[in-house]
Design a binder for this molecule. Structure first.
Ligand SMILES: NC(=O)c1ccc[n+]([C@@H]2O[C@H](COP(=O)([O-])OP(=O)(O)OC[C@H]3O[C@@H](n4cnc5c(N)ncnc54)[C@H](OP(=O)(O)O)[C@@H]3O)[C@@H](O)[C@H]2O)c1
Length: 267
């Protein structure tokens, strides 16, 4: 079991916008789609996937359990609702979206319920998102490191999260980078733009190729066909060791996603 290196994000995209984004992406050759209960678009993602006619076993669908559904009595019923909206019998990957605010639901409770969801065949793989080293250690204690497919975290050239990544590598837990493009912020960076010019590539392609070359899975989102197509082609770009070193030097610890009500004490 493993997770695809490249997929489509759907955060903020709703209604016809998400239907169009997912439909165009699938047409272009995307096969992995990342959604979440809180995005309020699982039904539309499911609609676009169904309309694509692509066989279920060719797709990789990820969703994330919202914090209100972390209790042992809520997690599996909420996942079943997600499956129904997504018009599928199983997810390929189900993540805990954020750790339980203020530790209201113990890690052992929701990781136990998530493992049970997997045992019931509702999801092929399980993982977490926005987990720190401390929280990952707790999750590993319950589920075992082999069971945790990934930790999906904010990671882009301005926030490279090296300490956490090092720990994840030591445990064999795959890194999924969210907001790899820094929600567009890194695309105007002069270093990224210069490297892009040298490769006759776009800044987005350079940024995505950088992350994938480090072994991180990426899930960029876009509402534009040309961006969707360009981002997909980042898989064909190879950066030099010098390019990689230049991008490594851009880390400034800039965290874009830090909701007060949810954020744990970051590493
Ligand atoms: N687990 C979590 O807590 C969490 C948090 C945030 C995000 N995520 C996941 O990660 C995914 C990616 O993050 P994100 O969507 O927030 O940000 P992102 O992928 O870093 O950036 C998306 C933005 O970049 C623009 N863009 C995309 N491709 C481009 C290109 N080739 N050239 C120029 N601009 C481009 C898009 O605009 P256009 O539409 O105009 O192309 C959009 O405004 C999300 O969709 C979601 O699935 C997870």
């Amino acid at each position: 079991m493993s997770i695809p290196l490249f997929g489509l994000g759907t955060f903020r995209l709703k209604d016809q916008v998400v239907i169009d984004s997912v439909s165009q992406a699938l047409e272009l050759g995307y096969r992995a789609v990342d959604t979440a209960q809180i995005y309020g678009n699982e039904a539309e993602v499911g609609q676009a996937v169904a309309a694509s006619g692509i066989a279920r076993d060719q797709l990789f669908l990820t969703s994330k359990i919202w914090t209100e559904n972390l209790g042992a009595d809520k997690l599996i019923p909420s996942l079943k609702e997600s499956l129904s909206k997504l018009r599928t019998e199983y997810l390929d990957l189900t993540l805990i979206h954020w750790p339980s605010p203020k530790g209201a639901v113990p890690v052992s409770e929701f990781m136990g319920a998530l493992a049970e969801a997997k045992a019931q065949g509702l999801t092929r793989q399980i993982g977490v998102s926005n987990f720190t080293i401390d929280l990952l250690r707790q999750a590993i204690d319950v589920a075992g490191k082999e069971a945790i497919a990934t930790n999906q975290i904010e990671l882009h050239p301005y926030l490279q999260n090296r300490k956490l990544v090092e720990f994840m590598h030591s445990q064999g837990i795959a890194v999924t980078s969210y907001m790899t493009l820094g929600y567009g912020k890194v695309l105007t960076d002069p270093v990224i733009q210069k490297i892009a010019g040298q490769h006759n590539a776009t800044p987005a392609q350079v940024t995505l190729a950088w992350a994938m070359q480090l072994g991180y899975a990426v899930i960029p989102s876009s509402t534009r066909r040309e961006n969707l197509a360009g981002n997909l082609k980042s898989q064909n770009l190879t950066l030099s060791a010098e390019d990689m070193a230049l991008i490594a030097s851009l880390d400034s610890g800039l965290r874009l996603t830090n909701p007060e009500s949810l954020a744990p004490a970051w590493d």
